[in-house]
Design a protein around this ligand. Structure first.
Ligand code: NAG
Ligand code: NAG
Ligand code: NAG
Ligand code: NAG
Ligand code: NAG
Ligand code: NAG
Ligand code: NAG
Ligand code: NAG
Ligand code: NAG
Ligand code: NAG
Length: 583
């Protein structure tokens, strides 16, 4: 706090400025980001949002990414995501929400990043689910919506160009966390932070529901920055503080799952903590819960593809039965305040598309352990989530589906803003100013303190341990189902690090709840050629929900041999099998 006491004059100036601003009662209105009106995805039909990147601008369709770690950058699918990851797939670019071609943007820049911007994605949480990838990071102009939409635009926004098939569409990260690269000496603000800092929105917050293609008429997703759309919320829901582990902020107690068939037994009775994450589609639930689903609906778990593919009989039966599911959420795993989210079977009636084949599947996954318990985008079709990063709490409520066009935007004001107005109204003008100034000064002190802490806690990136090629991740199967004949571009090539200096270093977040922990890759290194993402991921996964996370890490990958390709060897295929998680 010593820096603070040294700057009273600056603080006073700020206080006066803020008081003047608040006298005008001026705050930015919430920003409603209209959906693209397209349904996209290979694992369901998801309501995407237009973002225009580069100059001249290239318009892509992205899905909002609520993951606080993976959401620190805007992900766009690169043209390599089709040309190299899915060569010959007709319509690939369109099904991936349009691709971004870096060399066609004059404003694309990787100057301030090492290694032409090739780094590992920040999939800290998603890697626990076996999802990861590399990206070419760079700075470019980013316009929300289409060019000329009047929505905010930013130059020099951090963009991650992906090609991995683990994430079929790009992602509009909603995280307030900055991203830090080893080669770049200051944390790079996220899109949400820049919206807030440029006073486009009143606070660092958002409200989101994924939309529901199965409604009649279909309802697109709803995304609001700096507030929420009250018309898309169906009940009071439940408000919870962020989880202590910063990377699992949207952690909620899932107390039970039941369905409405007469005489049915509940599918889940022992509560768990689950992470809400729109970066993935399915729900990862404990084995016994999955088995209850299997028994109730005739689902068959495929160990190879790790999917519940429905044959035509099972699918027809499910449709005929048309169960309605009720998820009871609470702050804990039992008791306390709860809210119920009901979901029709239609929300789970999705298709998995691989190549040109599309098959109905049930979006449920067997979790290996508690670190994997996740409610994905499927859940967000019927749930509305509001995240307030300034108060560090969030709300989960049943989503509502009003007649199209209706909207009731509510701003979330920064803490203290409302109080200031009240003080001014309820007391005389002089008292108001005095109280206001006192409040402002204490808020500023808190804010400055938090800001300093946050700076200390900023995430950190380090060079990757191994030689890895971006193409290593160009073709990683979605749960193995995209597994490709060996040797086209499926190179997954990790070599041993050149030396101790090649090892990743991780700087921890400044949180006092933090428990230092190094990812397993530090321990094992890349000691062999790896073709399997899965084996590598399994080692990467670290910690459980009770431990804090390693700081958001962006691994730098070495330059060179980008176009290399290698045949998948028999030995490495075996390694893949061997390394599959055991059940
Ligand atoms: C961009 O790169 C691709 C492949 O590397 C090339 O075919 C294309 O002509 C380049 N486009 C421009 C505008 O340089
Ligand atoms: C970008 O935003 C600024 C205001 O923030 C606006 O003046 C400018 O016209 C916008 N540019 C485009 C291309 O929309
Ligand atoms: C916010 O904006 C101010 C100037 O308006 C700038 O000095 C500061 O670095 C910005 N903070 C972030 C996190 O971008
Ligand atoms: C499981 O999935 C794999 C890969 O899609 C497929 O080849 C196999 O036939 C499936 N097994 C069963 C029993 O359906
Ligand atoms: C579909 O799957 C169910 C459940 O495993 C099985 O009983 C049934 O025989 C299968 N039907 C067909 C047509 O394969
Ligand atoms: C339940 O909610 C009410 C108001 O929303 C709150 O006052 C109370 O403390 C909550 N109880 C628990 C156990 O969280
Ligand atoms: C899902 O797959 C089935 C069977 O392949 C197909 O008939 C149906 O049209 C697909 N539905 C969607 C929405 O793609
Ligand atoms: C956060 O907490 C405040 C104070 O308890 C409450 O008024 C607000 O509704 C909560 N916000 C969310 C998004 O849950
Ligand atoms: C949880 O399961 C994953 C996948 O099998 C594994 O990699 C990880 O080490 C496990 N974590 C714990 C804490 O057991
Ligand atoms: C805030 C913060 O941690 N910034 C770090 C970003 O990375 C550079 C290079 O390692 C560090 O010097 C900064 O301290």
């Amino acid at each position: 706090m010593s820096d603070i006491s040294m700057q009273p004059a600056i603080l006073l100036a700020y206080a006066l400025l803020m008081a003047a601003a608040s006298l005008g009662e001026g705050h930015a209105p919430p920003l409603s980001f209209p959906p693209s009106q397209y349904w996209d995805g290979n694992d369901g039909q998801w309501s995407s949002f237009h973002v225009s990147v580069g100059s001249p601008s290239q318009r892509v369709r992205l899905l909002p990414g609520t993951s606080v770690t993976a959401g620190d950058a805007t992900w766009v699918v690169l043209s390599e995501g089709c040309s190299l990851a899915n060569p010959g797939l007709r319509g690939c670019e369109d099904t991936r929400g349009n691709v971004f071609t870096r060399n066609e943007s004059t404003s694309w820049s990787t100057d301030r990043l090492d290694n032409h911007g090739l780094y590992q994605l920040d999939t800290y949480e998603e890697s626990k689910l076996g999802l990861t990838g590399n990206a070419y990071y760079g700075f470019d102009t980013l316009q929300l919506g289409s060019e000329g939409s009047g929505l905010p635009n930013f130059t020099d926004q951090i963009i991650a160009g992906i090609a991995t098939n683990d994430f079929w569409l790009g992602s509009l990260g909603l995280s307030p966390l900055p991203i830090n690269f080893t080669s770049y000496n200051s944390p790079i603000p996220s899109l949400l932070t820049r919206l807030r800092n440029s006073t486009h929105i009143p606070s660092t917050s958002w409200g989101y529901t994924a939309g529901a293609a199965y409604k009649e008429p279909p309802m697109f997703g709803s995304l609001t920055f700096g507030g929420y759309d009250a018309d898309r919320i169906g009940g009071t829901g439940i408000s919870l503080p962020f989880w202590a582990d910063q990377s699992r902020d949207l952690l909620v107690g899932l107390q039970s799952i039941a369905y409405d068939t007469l005489g049915s037994v509940p599918l889940m009775t022992n509560g768990i903590y689950t992470f809400i994450d729109s970066m993935v589609a399915p729900m990862w639930l404990p084995l016994d819960v999955c088995q209850a689903f299997e028994q109730a609906f005739g689902l068959v778990w495929n160990e190879t593809s790790e999917l519940y593919i429905l044959n035509s009989t099972t699918h027809a039966n499910l449709r005929a039965q048309n169960p309605s599911f009720t998820l009871t959420l609470g702050s804990g795993t039992s008791g306390g305040n709860t809210t119920k989210i009901t979901m029709p079977y239609a929300a789970f009636d999705l298709n998995m598309t691989v190549g040109y084949t599309s098959e109905p599947y049930f979006p449920l996954k067997r979790a290996q352990n508690s670190t994997q318990y996740t409610l994905g985008r499927v859940f967000l079709q019927e749930a509305y989530v509001i995240a307030d990063y300034e108060r560090k709490n969030f709300t989960v409520a049943q989503a509502a589906f009003p007649a199209s066009g209706l909207q009731k935007l509510e701003a979330i004001l920064p803490p203290g803003f409302v109080f200031l107005k009240k003080a001014k109204l309820s007391k005389g003008p002089i008292a108001g100013v005095v109280v206001g100034a006192a409040v402002i000064i204490s808020l500023l002190l808190i804010a400055l303190f938090l800001w300093i802490r946050r700076r200390r806690a900023s995430n950190m990136a380090q060079p990757a341990a191994g030689q890895a090629d971006v193409h290593a991740h160009l073709y990683d199967g979605n749960a193995g189902i995209h597994e490709k004949p060996a040797g086209i571009d499926g190179l997954r090539h990790f070599e041993k690090p050149a030396g101790a200096d090649g090892m990743p270093r991780h700087e921890m977040l400044g949180s006092d709840t933090f428990r230092p922990e190094l990812p397993a890759i530090d321990k094992y290194g890349y000691s062999e050629l790896q073709v399997s993402e899965r084996s590598w991921r399994a080692e990467l996964s670290a910690g459980d929900k009770h431990k804090s996370r390693v700081a958001t890490t962006v691994y730098e990958l070495p330059a060179g041999d980008v176009a290399a390709a290698e045949l998948e060897s028999a030995a490495s295929s075996e390694a893949k099998k061997r390394d599959k998680p055991k059940r």
